[in-house]
Design a protein around this ligand. Structure first.
Ligand code: FAD
Length: 346
């Protein structure tokens, strides 16, 4: 167990103070041992994956941070499907690349998303019309409350838009050590998303999985959503805000005032509004800066560290955006990245 390790280098935002205690878990035994250590010392425990969906407090984390570093991928053919069981510390995009290389369909649209395999079920990672909930067969995890190993099937994960049991009802209870994906060998790529389908307009043949993966990465890079050396716009935690889902009546009232407001049906009586549209209408354009915190010049939803930003600076920008959107539209934006440590009192 190491002490006082700066967390900033472990995050894509590059922000955050030290972990009082820090350990790398390379095996399931390491994971259990870290939980026992935290228990014995009465410490809070935080599970760190790739750090791509985190905003770490400037004061750091007063307990024990466990960096999930378990590696390895196993596969097994099951009829037309292949079951891939990947250890939680595997890099997600490398895993996607390996499945596409074997011509297995189901996660190709999720190419270029940073982070680890273990992080994917937590917020039901999604992009370009695909979500991991469509292909996760099972999730293996340690229950921190009783140190028992459990395996959840897909339904038991309770997936929904950017959520699962792991970040809602049982937040922080489970430490994921591996995820099994059921992918279709020689399956068709998914072209559900407008931007992606447009990329292939005018081509006679249906694109291969590899072509879709390459297209997704190209589109993501254009938006600053692919980790790219020397691109200041990717010093982010991805989308900082979820797309709000509001009551259909409220959406109807707003549509009368804002005829161009984009909106999408999101279940019975509910409407999803793009957070990026709300933020731009509230006066925050791409490239807006508030000190060292800013909005990406390529993507309104990504808040970026422009160099030397503190967590406090990021929160000030977040609060300014949320306050103006709430005032103008009566909609409360919800933050997507997980805040690590204690949020300073306003
Ligand atoms: C440039 C960029 C683009 C992005 N684009 C997308 C996108 O298109 N779609 C999308 O959904 N997300 C996107 N994200 C967000 C992020 O990449 C994903 O949420 C990712 O799955 C987080 O995984 P991670 O390993 O980095 O988790 P971390 O950031 O380390 O942790 C996030 C949360 O998951 C928990 N966690 C992580 N690993 C485990 C584990 N093994 N067991 C239990 N809990 C765990 C942590 O405790 C924390 O609560 C983007 C981020 C960036 C920086």
């Amino acid at each position: 167990m190491q002490q006082n390790i700066s967390l900033a280098p472990y995050t894509t935002l590059g922000i955050g103070g030290p972990a009082r205690w820090f350990t790398q878990a390379h095996s399931e035994a390491d994971v259990s041992a870290a939980v026992e250590f935290a228990r014995e010392h009465g410490l809070p425990l935080f599970v760190l994956g790739g750090g791509s969906n985190l905003l770490v407090s400037d004061a750091g984390f007063p307990g024990c941070v466990v960096h999930i570093a378990l590696r390895g991928v196993q596969q097994q053919t099951d009829g037309e499907d292949v079951l891939f069981t990947a250890a939680a510390g595997e890099e997600w995009d490398a895993f996607v690349a390996a499945t596409v290389e074997q011509n297995c369909a189901g996660v190709e649209c999720l190419s270029g998303i940073p982070g680890t395999v273990g992080g994917t079920p937590v917020q039901n990672v999604g992009a370009y019309g695909q979500e991991v909930s469509a292909t996760i067969a099972s999730v293996r995890a340690l229950d921190r409350t009783n140190l028992r190993w459990v395996e959840f099937n897909n339904a038991e994960c309770q997936f929904a838009y950017r959520s699962s049991r792991f970040n809602t009802t049982e937040r922080e209870r489970y430490m994921v050590t591996s995820v099994t994906y059921r992918l279709r060998r020689n399956g068709e790529p998914l072209l559900a998303y407008k931007d992606l389908a447009q990329h292939f307009v005018g081509r006679a043949e249906r694109p291969t999985l590899a072509a879709v993966r390459a297209a997704v990465r190209t589109i993501r890079q254009r938006k600053g959503m692919l980790l790219t050396p020397n691109d200041p716009d990717c010093h982010s935690a991805g989308s900082f805000f979820k797309n709000p889902v509001i009551a259909a009546e409220q959406a109807e009232q707003l549509s009368k005032r804002y005829a161009t407001m984009p909106h999408f049906t999101a279940g019975a009586g509910c409407v999803k509004i793009p957070a990026a549209w709300l933020i731009e209408q509230a006066g925050f354009a791409k490239g807006t800066a508030l000190g060292a915190a800013g909005i990406s010049s390529k993507h309104t939803l990504a808040l970026v560290n422009r160099g030397g930003a503190t967590a406090a600076a990021m929160l000030a920008l977040r609060d300014a955006i949320c306050a103006r959107v709430a005032e103008q539209f009566g909609i409360a934006l919800e933050q997507e990245p997980v805040y690590v440590g204690a949020e300073p009192l306003a």
